[in-house]
Ligand binder design. Structure first.
Ligand SMILES: [Zn+2]
Length: 365
């Protein structure tokens, strides 16, 4: 009886111990996998490019800090995919190299000779993006990269940096201001806005989307015929930091082409969709002779604000030399009714305050 009991207890104890060990073992496996998943999952951090914090997604892999290849546009490098060779091409000043995706090498082109160099870790694909090691690529682009242990921040310096200006306002000593309307031409809102401007005898500047110009050439022609200025606002309205350098070029040149066909001229003003632009995009715009125009008063009219609210924003924020951002496209039904409603009141009030409405070109002359 006793013996049986003891054996039973031992068996019970042994099996319990075994289960515990098994559980601990399973937990260990799960937790180690969690750590692994954390290591290669996406996080966000700021990298300081010439002391400007720029937010980027990153992946930590084997202790290396990897960022999306397109992030190097923020440092001024052109970044393009070469589909034929399944590689990413980087180009900054006189430095060019290609990285075959997924590999741990780059092929550097010096005087038409190719030399291969090793990276500290291969690139990886996460969420449809290619992540490359920040330190290696930055150094190969000829830029300085340092990690500040104390601040836990990464700093990149571009010694050849040239400050490309983004223009947010004009001469503050004259009482000139410019109204700007983005995203058109549009059959619903553009004619209503043009009617008001005509009635008040006020010029404005329209930053046109190439696709819209193609769809509504007659409205584009009316804009120009009535004495308004125009600017390029890309062809399909993408976020420039998220597209390759050759796509940026196409967005801009396709819009120039359709404008040239439609109205017989090409503008030299550009406004980036969402106001988002990398240093490489700025550099390209500068090289092809554009001025990049931002704004000093954002009416936020596209959010569907009332005419009263838009009127208040403009009147409260306007200063001499100001550039007012508004829109003229029916992306959401009725969302720009406030824009149309506010416009005659804005013009009357600001003229009453002594302001003169001019095009962006005149404002900058
Ligand atoms: Zn826009």
């Amino acid at each position: 009886m006793n013996r049986i009991n003891i054996t039973g207890i031992i068996q019970k104890y042994a099996s319990k111990k075994f289960i515990w060990l098994l559980l601990i073992f399973i937990l260990l496996i799960i937790s180690s996998e969690l750590v692994d998943a954390q290591e290669s999952s996406l996080s966000k951090a700021d990298v300081y490019v010439d002391n400007v914090p720029i937010s980027t997604e990153y992946v930590l892999k084997d202790g290396y800090f990897l960022v999306p290849a397109l992030f190097f546009k923020e440092m001024g490098s052109y970044v393009d995919w070469n589909e034929e060779y399944d590689s990413i091409e980087f180009h900054l000043n006189n430095i060019s190299f290609a990285h075959p995706t997924g590999s741990s090498v780059i092929d550097i082109n010096t005087n038409n000779k190719w030399e291969r160099e090793e990276l500290s870790t291969p690139s990886i694909h996460v969420d449809g993006q290619t992540f490359v090691p920040l330190n290696d690529i930055t150094k190969h682009l000829g830029l300085e990269v340092t990690y500040n242990e104390y601040l836990k921040k990464t700093f990149v310096k571009n010694p050849n940096v040239r400050n490309v200006r983004r223009i947010g306002s004009g001469d503050g000593t004259k009482n000139y201001i410019a109204l700007t309307f983005d995203d058109g031409p549009d059959p619903l809102y553009t004619p209503q806005i043009l009617d008001i401007l005509k009635d008040k005898g006020v010029p404005a500047t329209f930053f046109a989307i190439g696709e819209q110009v193609k769809k509504h050439p007659e409205i584009m022609q009316r804009i120009v015929k009535e004495g308004h200025a125009i600017g390029n606002h890309s062809f399909t309205h993408p976020e420039f930091p998220k597209i390759q350098s050759n796509e940026v070029r196409d967005e801009i040149s396709n819009t120039q082409e359709v404008l040239s066909k439609t109205i017989g001229r090409k503008p030299d003003l550009f406004r980036p969709p969402y106001g988002a632009l990398t240093r490489a995009d700025e550099e390209f715009l500068h090289q092809v002779g554009f001025q990049t125009i931002m704004w000093s008063v954002d009416t936020l009219d596209w959010t569907g604000l009332s005419g009263d609210k838009i009127f208040q924003i403009v009147v409260n924020q306007i200063e001499p030399g100001g550039i007012v951002l508004q829109h003229n496209i029916d992306w959401n039904p009725d969302n720009l009714n406030g824009t149309v409603e506010a416009l005659p009141r804005i013009i009357e009030e600001l003229q009453h305050q002594g302001y003169t409405f001019v095009t962006v070109q005149t404002l900058l002359d």
